[in-house]
Ligand binder design. Structure first.
Ligand code: VGL
Ligand code: ZN
Length: 202
Protein backbone atom coordinates (compact mmCIF):
# COMPACT_ATOMS: atom_id res chain seq x y z
CA UNK A 1 0.00 0.00 0.00
CA UNK A 2 1.29 3.42 -0.90
CA UNK A 3 0.27 6.88 0.31
CA UNK A 4 0.75 10.45 -0.82
CA UNK A 5 1.78 12.94 1.88
CA UNK A 6 1.08 16.58 1.02
CA UNK A 7 3.26 18.89 3.06
CA UNK A 8 2.17 22.39 4.08
CA UNK A 9 0.44 23.51 0.85
CA UNK A 10 -0.81 26.57 2.71
CA UNK A 11 -1.42 30.15 1.62
CA UNK A 12 1.49 31.56 3.62
CA UNK A 13 3.97 29.38 1.66
CA UNK A 14 2.56 30.43 -1.71
CA UNK A 15 3.31 33.61 -3.68
CA UNK A 16 1.79 36.55 -1.78
CA UNK A 17 2.00 34.68 1.55
CA UNK A 18 3.98 35.59 4.67
CA UNK A 19 6.75 33.04 3.96
CA UNK A 20 6.30 32.65 0.23
CA UNK A 21 8.21 29.92 -1.57
CA UNK A 22 9.04 30.99 -5.15
CA UNK A 23 6.86 29.12 -7.67
CA UNK A 24 5.12 27.30 -4.84
CA UNK A 25 1.82 27.66 -6.69
CA UNK A 26 3.20 25.73 -9.66
CA UNK A 27 3.04 22.44 -7.77
CA UNK A 28 -0.71 22.62 -7.18
CA UNK A 29 -1.99 21.37 -10.57
CA UNK A 30 0.59 18.56 -10.41
CA UNK A 31 -0.44 17.62 -6.87
CA UNK A 32 -4.13 17.68 -7.83
CA UNK A 33 -3.51 15.24 -10.69
CA UNK A 34 -1.21 13.07 -8.56
CA UNK A 35 -3.89 12.49 -5.96
CA UNK A 36 -5.93 10.49 -8.46
CA UNK A 37 -3.17 7.86 -8.45
CA UNK A 38 -3.31 7.20 -4.69
CA UNK A 39 -5.71 5.23 -2.54
CA UNK A 40 -4.63 7.24 0.50
CA UNK A 41 -3.82 10.96 0.66
CA UNK A 42 -2.74 12.62 3.90
CA UNK A 43 -1.64 16.21 4.54
CA UNK A 44 0.35 18.21 7.07
CA UNK A 45 -0.48 21.74 8.16
CA UNK A 46 1.94 24.17 9.82
CA UNK A 47 -0.16 25.53 12.70
CA UNK A 48 1.54 28.04 14.96
CA UNK A 49 0.30 29.94 18.00
CA UNK A 50 0.95 33.69 17.76
CA UNK A 51 3.76 33.49 20.37
CA UNK A 52 5.73 30.85 18.48
CA UNK A 53 9.45 31.25 19.15
CA UNK A 54 10.43 30.50 15.54
CA UNK A 55 9.09 33.98 14.72
CA UNK A 56 11.74 36.71 14.47
CA UNK A 57 9.12 39.10 15.88
CA UNK A 58 9.43 37.32 19.25
CA UNK A 59 13.18 38.04 19.48
CA UNK A 60 14.21 41.60 20.25
CA UNK A 61 16.61 43.00 17.61
CA UNK A 62 16.34 39.95 15.31
CA UNK A 63 15.20 39.97 11.68
CA UNK A 64 13.59 37.16 9.68
CA UNK A 65 16.11 34.60 8.31
CA UNK A 66 18.66 35.35 11.05
CA UNK A 67 19.72 32.45 13.29
CA UNK A 68 19.14 31.77 16.96
CA UNK A 69 18.82 28.70 19.20
CA UNK A 70 15.66 27.06 20.54
CA UNK A 71 16.06 24.39 23.24
CA UNK A 72 19.72 24.06 22.21
CA UNK A 73 18.98 23.55 18.50
CA UNK A 74 20.02 25.99 15.74
CA UNK A 75 16.90 27.82 14.57
CA UNK A 76 16.19 29.99 11.55
CA UNK A 77 13.95 32.88 12.56
CA UNK A 78 10.95 33.17 10.26
CA UNK A 79 8.44 35.88 9.47
CA UNK A 80 5.20 35.27 11.40
CA UNK A 81 3.40 32.60 9.34
CA UNK A 82 0.67 29.96 9.48
CA UNK A 83 -1.01 31.44 12.52
CA UNK A 84 -3.70 29.08 13.81
CA UNK A 85 -7.09 29.87 12.32
CA UNK A 86 -5.91 32.49 9.82
CA UNK A 87 -6.24 32.46 6.03
CA UNK A 88 -2.45 32.16 5.81
CA UNK A 89 -2.68 28.78 7.51
CA UNK A 90 -5.45 27.54 5.21
CA UNK A 91 -4.73 25.22 2.33
CA UNK A 92 -4.67 27.04 -0.97
CA UNK A 93 -8.25 27.18 -2.31
CA UNK A 94 -7.13 25.60 -5.61
CA UNK A 95 -5.71 22.57 -3.80
CA UNK A 96 -8.02 19.58 -4.21
CA UNK A 97 -8.86 18.43 -0.67
CA UNK A 98 -11.65 15.90 -1.22
CA UNK A 99 -9.24 12.95 -1.06
CA UNK A 100 -7.32 14.11 2.03
CA UNK A 101 -8.34 11.61 4.73
CA UNK A 102 -6.35 13.06 7.62
CA UNK A 103 -4.51 16.28 8.41
CA UNK A 104 -1.57 16.25 10.83
CA UNK A 105 -0.90 19.63 12.41
CA UNK A 106 2.52 20.64 13.68
CA UNK A 107 4.31 23.62 15.18
CA UNK A 108 1.76 24.04 17.96
CA UNK A 109 4.34 24.05 20.78
CA UNK A 110 5.59 27.67 21.00
CA UNK A 111 8.98 26.56 22.39
CA UNK A 112 10.18 24.50 19.43
CA UNK A 113 9.85 24.38 15.65
CA UNK A 114 8.44 21.41 13.85
CA UNK A 115 9.46 20.89 10.24
CA UNK A 116 8.71 17.21 9.89
CA UNK A 117 5.18 15.87 9.74
CA UNK A 118 6.29 13.10 12.14
CA UNK A 119 8.11 14.82 15.04
CA UNK A 120 9.06 18.30 16.23
CA UNK A 121 12.69 19.30 15.62
CA UNK A 122 13.73 18.14 19.12
CA UNK A 123 11.78 14.87 18.85
CA UNK A 124 9.96 15.81 22.04
CA UNK A 125 6.62 14.71 20.60
CA UNK A 126 5.27 12.54 17.81
CA UNK A 127 2.33 13.65 15.72
CA UNK A 128 1.20 10.03 15.38
CA UNK A 129 1.67 10.11 11.61
CA UNK A 130 3.98 7.07 11.43
CA UNK A 131 1.60 4.87 13.45
CA UNK A 132 -1.36 6.16 11.45
CA UNK A 133 0.33 5.19 8.18
CA UNK A 134 1.43 1.80 9.52
CA UNK A 135 -2.11 1.22 10.75
CA UNK A 136 -3.31 1.76 7.19
CA UNK A 137 -0.75 -0.74 5.88
CA UNK A 138 1.35 1.91 4.12
CA UNK A 139 4.86 0.80 3.11
CA UNK A 140 5.68 3.34 0.39
CA UNK A 141 5.35 7.05 1.10
CA UNK A 142 5.40 9.69 -1.64
CA UNK A 143 6.10 13.28 -0.64
CA UNK A 144 5.04 16.53 -2.30
CA UNK A 145 4.67 20.09 -1.05
CA UNK A 146 6.54 22.95 0.58
CA UNK A 147 9.19 23.78 1.39
CA UNK A 148 11.56 21.28 -0.23
CA UNK A 149 14.53 22.30 1.94
CA UNK A 150 12.63 22.36 5.26
CA UNK A 151 9.39 20.52 5.87
CA UNK A 152 9.63 18.16 2.90
CA UNK A 153 13.28 17.38 3.72
CA UNK A 154 12.69 16.78 7.44
CA UNK A 155 9.60 14.69 6.70
CA UNK A 156 11.57 12.58 4.19
CA UNK A 157 14.33 11.92 6.75
CA UNK A 158 11.82 10.86 9.41
CA UNK A 159 9.90 8.73 6.91
CA UNK A 160 13.14 6.87 6.13
CA UNK A 161 13.95 6.52 9.85
CA UNK A 162 10.47 5.11 10.39
CA UNK A 163 11.12 2.47 7.74
CA UNK A 164 8.94 3.71 4.90
CA UNK A 165 10.17 3.36 1.35
CA UNK A 166 10.35 7.08 0.65
CA UNK A 167 9.93 8.87 -2.66
CA UNK A 168 10.21 12.63 -3.11
CA UNK A 169 8.26 13.87 -6.13
CA UNK A 170 10.71 16.43 -7.39
CA UNK A 171 8.39 18.27 -9.75
CA UNK A 172 5.85 18.64 -6.94
CA UNK A 173 8.10 20.48 -4.47
CA UNK A 174 9.72 23.94 -4.36
CA UNK A 175 12.48 25.22 -2.05
CA UNK A 176 13.08 28.39 -0.05
CA UNK A 177 16.82 28.13 -0.90
CA UNK A 178 18.17 26.31 -3.95
CA UNK A 179 21.53 25.60 -2.21
CA UNK A 180 19.61 24.34 0.81
CA UNK A 181 17.65 21.95 -1.37
CA UNK A 182 20.82 20.74 -3.18
CA UNK A 183 22.25 19.68 0.21
CA UNK A 184 18.95 18.17 1.32
CA UNK A 185 18.64 16.23 -1.94
CA UNK A 186 22.09 14.63 -1.51
CA UNK A 187 21.26 13.71 2.08
CA UNK A 188 17.91 12.12 1.15
CA UNK A 189 19.66 10.01 -1.52
CA UNK A 190 22.46 9.01 0.91
CA UNK A 191 19.85 7.87 3.42
CA UNK A 192 18.24 5.64 0.81
CA UNK A 193 15.40 7.88 -0.26
CA UNK A 194 14.37 8.08 -3.90
CA UNK A 195 13.86 11.26 -5.87
CA UNK A 196 11.52 10.83 -8.80
CA UNK A 197 9.42 12.77 -11.29
CA UNK A 198 5.65 12.37 -11.03
CA UNK A 199 5.64 11.02 -14.60
CA UNK A 200 7.57 7.96 -13.30
CA UNK A 201 4.61 6.97 -11.13
CA UNK A 202 2.58 4.06 -12.37
C1 VGL B 1 8.26 25.53 6.88
C2 VGL B 1 9.69 27.12 7.68
C3 VGL B 1 8.91 27.32 8.78
C4 VGL B 1 7.91 24.55 5.80
C5 VGL B 1 7.44 25.71 7.98
O1 VGL B 1 6.72 24.20 5.65
O2 VGL B 1 8.84 24.14 5.07
N1 VGL B 1 9.38 26.23 6.75
N2 VGL B 1 7.78 26.62 8.92
ZN1 ZN C 1 6.42 27.14 10.45
Amino acid sequence: MRALLLIDIQNDFLPGGALAVAEGDQIIPIVNTLQEQFELVVATQDWHPSDHKSFASKHEGKEPFEMTELLGLPQVLWPDHCLQGTTGADFDPTLETKKIEAIFRKGTNPEIDSYSGFYDNGRLKSTGLADYLRGKGVRQLYLAGLAADYCVYYSAKDALDEGFETFVLEDAIRAISQEGYATARRDILERGGKIIHSSELL
